[in-house]
Design a protein. Structure first.
Length: 85
């Protein structure tokens, strides 16, 4: 879980994850949502989120689609809830 906490320490990554939690998106759609961030920075943020297990990727034709991994987010939520008990 430490990787997930590290990934979420960056505010922009949390914004990207919130965006992906609303539904599956292409890399281009993610970049369009955050026009003040370079595409390479978006790619790096998504890679960090994926390595932490928070984002899943699948190919659809020539595109890559990204989505938040609900099961991982639920596990994080449970862990945080346990800390508060």
């Amino acid at each position: 879980m430490d990787d997930a906490y590290g990934a979420l320490a960056e505010p922009r990554r949390r914004e990207i994850l919130r965006f992906l939690a609303a539904g599956e998106q292409t890399a281009g759609a993610i970049a369009s949502r955050f026009p003040d961030v370079s595409r390479s920075a978006i790619s790096q943020h998504v890679r960090v989120l994926a390595r932490a297990g928070l984002v899943a990727e699948r190919r659809f034709g020539t595109k890559r689609l990204y989505r938040a991994r609900r099961e991982r987010l639920d596990a994080l939520r449970e862990e945080l809830d346990d800390l508060g008990r």
